[in-house]
Design a protein around this ligand. Structure first.
Ligand code: PRT
Ligand code: ZN
Length: 286
């Protein structure tokens, strides 16, 4: 039987769409159908298992799946012994301690003797121990944010992304326990054949991520401005400069980082660039 790499992804929830999009952007076709337990890709030896995110670390540790996509928060809470292959940059959030707005907070020692509700008892315990703080941890499986309001706890330790859930519940964030994002994890000791498929997958993921972080840019400039503009646009090796049909004008093609994109555009305009076109890049191989 030919080798297949088995990947566990979340069946539904906050990781589902981005996990599927990542696989699709890697050029791997998988039919929709998360209602099934597993589906096979049609153009890459890959099988997708749809499971609850909490089960993904154990499935990978036990080899039910070779690899998986899961939040760092779930992986570290769970403590499974797996290899962390790549940070994927989506499902970013932080696990934070929040207290009622009315509470005076003077640092972690304020939490001494308080009851904290959380779905992440292990991560919270580690955080408190490191700070030599003695709080009572009250484990709840959901709706953590309502615990202080109903008198179940004095504070909470929960995931935060926009912060609006905390605000709606009259809570304010006072400590960040950990930062999280989706991770690609793998079982330790994969066979050489599966490792080879994983390497191919990681190569594609990096090309996709690199492309998302960059834009392709084309602009026109008077010849005398070209040297200055070239220095603003390093490109992958160096920018492409071609002559326009109009005497004294050139067209410059290059790649810019998404992060400092607007800053670069302002500098280009200041240096005399005109007719600036910006396009997304689908894949980028350095
Ligand atoms: O059913 P299953 O067990 O698979 O899913 P789940 O319900 O346990 O998890 P799900 O889909 O809610 O989240 C999956 C993963 O997404 C988490 O483990 C995190 O890694 C990541 N993630 C990113 C988040 C958030 N952002 C997030 N904001 N997970 C949960 N939240 C919740 C948080 O618990 C709180 O209730 O959103 C609320 C806060 O959001 P803001 O925007 O109001 O701050
Ligand atoms: Zn879950």
């Amino acid at each position: 039987m030919s080798t297949v790499i088995k990947i566990a992804v979340q069946k539904s929830g906050r990781l589902y769409q981005d996990s599927r999009a990542l696989i699709r952007d890697c050029g791997i076709h998988v039919k929709d159908g998360s209602e099934k337990l597993k589906t096979a890709a049609t153009n890459f030896p890959l099988e997708l298992f749809y499971v609850r995110d909490d089960d993904i670390p154990a499935y990978v540790e036990d080899g039910v799946a070779d690899i998986g996509i899961v939040g760092r928060n779930v992986l570290e809470e769970n403590g499974a012994a797996v290899e962390c292959v790549e940070a994927l940059g989506f499902a970013r959030c932080r696990l934070s301690i929040a207290v009622p707005n009315s509470m005076k907070y003077l640092g972690a020692e304020t939490l001494n003797g308080l009851k904290i509700a959380t779905s992440y008892p292990n991560l919270l315990k580690r955080f408190l121990q490191e700070r030599k703080v003695d709080s009572a941890i009250h484990e709840v499986s959901g709706s953590v944010e309502i615990a202080p309001g109903i008198g179940l706890a004095d504070a909470v330790c929960d995931l935060v992304s926009s912060g609006s859930t905390l605000i709606q519940n009259g809570l304010r964030e006072v400590e960040v326990v950990m930062e999280s994002e989706a991770l690609l994890i793998a079982k330790h000791g994969l066979s050489d054949a599966v490792r080879d498929l994983l390497d191919q997958l990681v190569f594609r993921i990096r090309s996709v991520q690199c492309a998302h972080d960059h834009k392709y840019i084309i602009l026109n400039a008077p010849d005398e401005a070209v040297d200055n503009i070239r220095s603003l646009l390093p490109g992958m090796r160096s920018p492409t400069v071609t002559k326009l049909a109009d005497e004294g004008w050139s067209s410059i093609h290059s790649v810019v980082q998404e992060n400092d994109f607007w800053e670069v555009i302002e500098k280009l305009r200041g240096a005399g660039a005109e007719g600036i076109l910006v396009m997304p890049i689908e894949k980028m191989i350095r």
